[in-house]
Design a protein around this ligand. Structure first.
Ligand code: OXD
Ligand code: MN
Length: 589
């Protein structure tokens, strides 16, 4: 029997059952015995492999189809009544046309399968920040991943009561046909549809689809932000914790930064770093006029390759139990997992991510570069004590960053809120330099939200500007770049735990505890104000890291103008940003 009397829920599910025609419908309660029975069923069908329960208790391995290993941006749509609402940076289709296309694909798609009904909460159930969703899926893998990544519980239905205020999600694996794969959002209908995929980013509908695309749309209407940001707290030796939120495009080390281990000189003095979230932040204005953030997720869906004892021991520790690994190497000797960059001991008796016999001399990568771990956040050794605080944490600084070989210095601070929004809007990352040493191609990714903004991105910028008037005690806004290269193509800044040294300056600036130098692009640290104690780096190198390369900034201005011109079509780019760009050009001389 359905564990709710909510007509909005029951009628919607009835419709989807008629459409997809599953053999049966199972309501997921979130309780361990039900999840365990589903795990066993998945082991028996080969959907999951049970790993060595002594070494990796509660862990399993899954392989996706070979054609289904990543998010598909070209097949991701925002379906609003007009194309203008979706804007120039999203794929768009008229809603009735898209529903017709999807209904044909969903028609009978669950025949012979079970439909699982997953009630879940983004945020702590019952908290003023929380939003609820129901995902219908025919995949046990999705059920088990959702149970890690979100708060799955029948209590969600109790908290929802008879309200229509929930996000509908329908996922059907269908035939995993890449030519008919669609990830579609109907913001006006609170609806997400996913078909013909089984890859996490496309099918765990609470994550990018709900917590970013739909939530960014809700946030604009309701006066808050849904951002692609990590949240971390830095505790000083006096026990005071200051929080910041930071946005980076993929492949810039967000999960590593979110769980960083401070350098020894800081640890000795008693500094600690606490992780609140590694991917998504929902931010609201509190009664005290500050910006407060929660991580709406309940787990980490992290990239496995490159994760190791040095780069991110906390992420690794989080994955030692109750974790689902996807598309990594299966070590047949001890029934564990491996990926490139884990250690120097690749297994010699193993299967690669495709399930083929593999050993290190195969000449191909064993794990897919986008192979993943799904791990419960509470297993992270440095999870913040505020992780489950329904009010979230107060944010003192917002940080934007990208991968730039030359243009961006190690860190700079915006002059004010609107300038900070401008700094976020011109965020960019370069493809890594080729062997020949050529500088990579610049891809602009404002606020790291280009693939995740659920409405017209020009209106999104305007929302950021307007929010400035509503936040009385605004966080200061910064830009960082850990990836500056020297003339030999080597990283100048050591990165990882040493990024703490830059975060310390950022937080001091946020509390007006240190002064700075005014430059054409913003406020910058005096080279001696970044603590380099215990680091093999000279003051001259710091000067280089903190220099403004005027010529490359001037070149960048052209690239920014070109990017901004995308918004001419519907004329949604705020004049404030055009003014900021003109002012920057003037200051550069
Ligand atoms: C991403 C992710 O693609 O977090 O940004 O998976
Ligand atoms: Mn992400």
């Amino acid at each position: 029997m359905a564990p709710t009397k909510n007509r909005y829920v029951l009628d919607w599910i009835d419709e989807q059952v008629k459409l997809t025609q599953p053999d049966k419908v199972v309501w997921i309660t979130g309780e361990e015995d039900q999840l365990d029975a589903l795990r066993k069923e998945a082991f028996s069908t080969g959907e999951l492999f049970e790993l060595n329960q002594d070494l990796l208790p509660g862990c399993s391995l899954h392989r996706t189809a070979i054609n289904d290993v990543a998010r598909v941006e070209d097949r991701t749509f925002i379906c609003t009544p007009t194309r203008e609402e979706a804007g120039p940076t999203n794929n768009w289709m008229e809603p009735s046309e898209m529903y017709a296309k999807l209904n044909a694909l969903y028609d009978g798609a669950m025949k012979g399968r079970t439909m699982y009904v997953i009630p879940y909460s983004m945020g702590v159930i019952g908290s003023p920040f929380a939003k609820y969703g129901i995902e219908l899926t025919d995949s046990i893998y999705v059920v088990l991943n959702m149970a890690i990544m979100t708060r799955v519980s029948s209590k969600v239905l109790d908290a929802l009561g008879d309200s229509p205020d929930y996000i509908k999600g329908l996922h059907a694996k269908a035939d995993i046909d890449e030519n008919n794969r669609y990830i579609v959002h109907f913001p006006q209908d609170n609806t997400i549809c996913s078909v013909n995929s089984g890859y996490g980013g496309n099918v765990l509908l609470g994550k990018k689809c709900f917590a970013l695309r739909i939530a960014s749309y809700l946030g604009r209407n309701e006066g808050w932000f849904a951002e692609h940001m990590l949240i971390l707290g830095i505790e000083n030796p006096q026990g005071e914790v200051r929080y910041l939120a930071a946005a980076f495009p993929s492949a810039c080390g967000k999960t590593n930064l979110a769980m960083l281990i401070p350098p020894e000189v800081y640890r000795e003095k008693g500094y600690k770093v606490w992780c609140v979230g590694d991917d998504i932040a929902w931010l609201r204005v509190g009664e005290d006029g500050r910006l407060w953030a929660v991580n709406p997720e309940n787990g980490f869906f992290g990239v496995a390759p490159g994760t190791n004892e040095k780069s991110n021991p906390n992420a690794l520790a989080s994955t030692r139990a109750n974790t689902i690994f996807t598309n990594v190497v299966h070590n047949l000797d001890d029934n564990t997992v491996w990926w490139e960059g884990l250690d120097d001991n690749p297994p010699t008796n193993a299967l690669d991510w495709k399930g083929n016999k593999w050993d290190p001399s195969s000449g191909v990568k064993g794990a897919h570069p986008n192979s993943r771990f799904t791990a419960p956040a509470e297993q992270c050794p440095v999870i913040s004590s505020e992780f489950n605080n329904p009010q979230g944490v107060p944010i003192s600084a917002l940080v934007f960053g990208g991968r730039r070989a030359k243009t961006a210095p190690l860190v700079y601070q915006s002059f004010d809120w609107n300038h900070g929004v401008f700094v976020g809007s011109i965020m960019a990352s370069e493809t890594t330099a080729a062997a020949a040493g050529a500088v990579g191609v610049v891809r602009r990714d404002p606020m790291a939200m280009l693939p995740f903004c659920g409405y017209n991105m020009g209106d999104y910028f305007a929302h950021w500007i307007n929010m400035g008037d509503k936040i009385e005690n605004k966080p200061k806004i910064f830009n960082v770049n850990w990836f500056r290269l020297d003339d030999n193509g080597k990283f100048i800044w050591p990165g990882f735990g040493d990024n703490m040294r830059v975060l310390e300056w950022i937080l001091k600036r946020s509390f007006d505890e240190i002064d700075a130098e005014e430059t054409a692009i913003g406020y910058m640290p005096k080279p001696e104000d970044i603590n380099i104690e215990g680091l093999d780096i000279s003051l001259d190198t710091m000067k280089e890291l903190l220099s403004v390369d005027v010529e490359s900034w001037k070149e960048d201005i052209e690239n920014i103008r070109e990017f901004y011109s995308k918004f001419d079509e519907f004329d949604t780019l705020p004049q404030e940003l055009r003014d900021q760009l003109d002012a920057l050009e003037k200051r550069l001389g």
